[in-house]
Design a protein around this ligand. Structure first.
Ligand SMILES: Cc1cc2nc3c(=O)[nH]c(=O)nc-3n(C[C@H](O)[C@H](O)[C@H](O)COP(=O)(O)OP(=O)(O)OC[C@H]3O[C@@H](n4cnc5c(N)ncnc54)[C@H](O)[C@@H]3O)c2cc1C
Length: 283
């Protein structure tokens, strides 16, 4: 199997190649595996690695702008990311081993749109948006809306994920994440949960939660939000909300890594643990 590979140095050149139908290649940690196994047939490839316009972690409106080529290692080394996008740094530390972390990018994690992706739920819990650019212009979408199905995104032919925006942290927001896999290192998630919550005057005033490997794509948990926002986070309320979310927001399958029933149970238990910890319920 062979493919034509273009290696542009500017965004404009990359977009021109994409407009002509080329497939974007970032770190290659997903795409090269798919190519080698024949799952994806590559003919024209545009290697983005030298396009520096797609790199960088910078301040934007008190939050962050992260280039699509930001790697897990970049995240782990960034003080700004630690301060403002702690969930994403946590997720980066859970992705594969060091070799993978050096190449795996944010844009590639969204591009593959695996239901078991780890960076995507972190971005969703942070309320992140993604900027898509093409020779025709740019648009910005919530990361949650960029996922349209199993391994499918809203990216159209000729478009590139350019960068991500993580909004400034709301006052009092607490965040947590938990990945459950077969073992601590190099395991694909059986269930992954990321959430952010604000408790004011003993009531939950805001909550965003995302879960992976429990549906065909990474999902937000609207039932959890509806059950908790406006209420005191008592242990009973948390247990009820977690049960309802595991029932109504998830649609897991049986596969070689786990059963659907196990995934629902783990989702529920992880939600209870995270929420109890983050809201101080019962203490
Ligand atoms: C051993 C191993 C362990 C792994 N462990 C984990 C893990 O623990 N957690 C996890 O989440 N993932 C894991 N992965 C999967 C993979 O590393 C991640 O999904 C990674 O973020 C993909 O990024 P990449 O830059 O390598 O993407 P690539 O392989 O370069 O591209 C992936 C897809 O995204 C598209 N794409 C890439 N960049 C862009 C862009 N800027 N705009 C539009 N489309 C784009 C490509 O066309 C392709 O379809 C693992 C992979 C391996 C091989």
């Amino acid at each position: 199997v062979s493919a034509q590979v273009a290696s542009p140095r500017t965004l404009d050149e990359a977009l021109a190649a994409l407009a002509a139908g080329a497939t974007p290649l970032a770190g290659g940690t997903d795409l090269m595996v798919e190519h080698a196994t024949g799952r994806t047939r590559l003919e024209d490839v545009v290697d983005l690695w030298r396009v520096d316009e797609l790199r960088g972690i910078t301040d934007e409106a008190g939050g962050l702008r992260l280039g699509a080529l930001t790697t897990c290692t970049d995240l782990l080394r960034s003080q700004l990311a630690r301060e403002r996008a702690d969930l994403l740094v946590h997720a980066a530390g859970e992705c594969g081993a060091v070799q993978i972390q050096n190449r795996a990018t944010l844009g590639g994690n969204l591009g593959t749109a695996s239901p078991a992706a780890d960076l995507v739920p972190a971005m969703m819990a942070l309320g992140a948006t993604v900027r898509l650019v093409s020779t025709g212009g740019a648009r910005e979408l919530p990361v949650a809306d960029a996922l349209t199905g199993y391994r499918a995104t809203a990216r159209e032919q000729g478009e590139l994920f350019h960068s991500f925006h993580v909004p400034a942290r709301p006052p009092g927001e607490r965040r947590g994440m938990r990945k459950v896999g077969t073992r601590a290192a190099q395991a694909i998630s059986k269930v992954v949960v990321a959430l952010s919550v604000v408790v004011e005057h003993e009531r939950v005033t805001a909550l965003t939660a995302a879960a992976g490997a429990v549906a065909p794509r990474t999902v937000l948990l609207p039932t959890l939000e509806a059950e908790l926002v406006g209420h005191a986070p008592s242990p009973e309320r948390i247990a009820r909300a977690a049960r309802a979310a595991a029932r109504d927001d998830a649609s897991p399958i049986d596969d070689l890594r786990s059963t659907a029933a196990y995934r629902r149970l783990v989702l529920r238990n992880v939600l209870v643990t995270l929420l109890t910890d983050l809201t101080g319920a019962g203490s």
